[in-house]
Design a protein around this ligand. Sequence first.
Ligand code: ADE
Length: 245
Amino acid sequence: MRIDVLTIFPEMFGVLDVSMLKRARENGLIEFYAHNIREHSVNKHRNTDDYPYGGGAGMVMLAQPIFDCFDYVKSLDGRRARCIYMGPRGRRLDQKFAEELSKEERLIILAGHYEGIDERVMSLIDDEVSIGDYVLTGGELPAMVLIDCVSRFIPGVLGSSESALDESFSGDGLLEYPQYTRPADFRGMLVPEVLLNGNHAEIAKWRREKAIMTTLNNRPDLLEKAELSDKEKAFIEGIKNENIP
Ligand code: ADE
């Protein structure tokens, strides 16, 4: 997959050059480029923003440098790109949407700043994407979150022993069960006995129960869509009723 980001802070994207994403780039699984919108401003001072029509607080990103930067970036590769604008009004990013985006050959991501962008830029955009119901100072961190999350679904990015499918928000819709590694006794805190006995059926049962309990405690909203047996549903109802005074 090829990913191009349009930003006024390309230097922020150095974080994509460490760890797994670095390896993915070195292995040719992901091509990544950050482009400076400012370089496409025809304005004397290379401005990328101006006051909003109609008044109000803050500045608005100009359409011209963004349109020209888009034209330039599109011309670098003949493949059709899915164009994304990172913004808090957008569709919420989740595992399913990230997996869908990972199937694209090319993504162009616009990271906005100031109070927003000239609305005419939206004519270039296929999807506006939010990473959550809170507002950040710019779209750069959200773009990095999206890139990291999408990359994990590209075959070969995760090691063979890892999987993007067997974890929280995937498959059965439950949060992940707790994990332990050596030693079995760390500062008096013991690894649950069941994980040490090698009985795979018991381990699977324990993990399932823990996943259900964690989901019930931290994200009960997820249980509505989770894949649960009738017995598990009854178990959850029992716990809920116990908690009612
Ligand atoms: N830009 C500012 N806040 C954002 C958010 N929550 N998601 C995506 N882009 C943003």
